[in-house]
Design a protein. Structure first.
Length: 113
């Protein structure tokens, strides 16, 4: 049974940083492309970043240069380091097994002064 559990969200001021974690069980993350998505109130869920089996990364234009996706295979965990946060980054952030469609429950990120 695959489970993805996100953590690390919270309230942060504009310009601040957060690191989200996605701990996986029932699967080995290094075997799959993993992704982070986000959904802001009243908006569709959007793909934020992906990391492939080979470690290649890709980002939506709005977060390039500010967010970094990575993984620790020993901990079976995927991360999203978010720097220079903006109010428009406010959303629920979700981890996903990109290839097979398993989702985590999400973690709220709020950027506000």
């Amino acid at each position: 049974q695959v489970q993805l559990v996100e953590s690390g969200g919270g309230l942060v001021q504009p310009g601040g940083s957060l690191r989200l974690s996605c701990a996986a069980s029932g699967m080995i993350i290094s075997f799959y492309t993993m992704a982070w998505y986000r959904q802001a109130p009243g908006k569709q869920r959007e793909l934020v970043a992906t990391i492939t089996i080979g470690g290649a990364t890709n980002y939506v234009d709005s977060v390039k240069g500010r967010f970094t996706i990575s993984r620790n295979n020993a901990k079976n965990t995927v991360y999203l380091q978010m720097n220079s946060l903006k109010p428009e980054d406010t959303a629920v952030y979700y981890c996903k097994d990109y290839q097979r469609g398993y989702w985590g429950q999400g973690t709220q990120v709020t950027v506000s002064s």
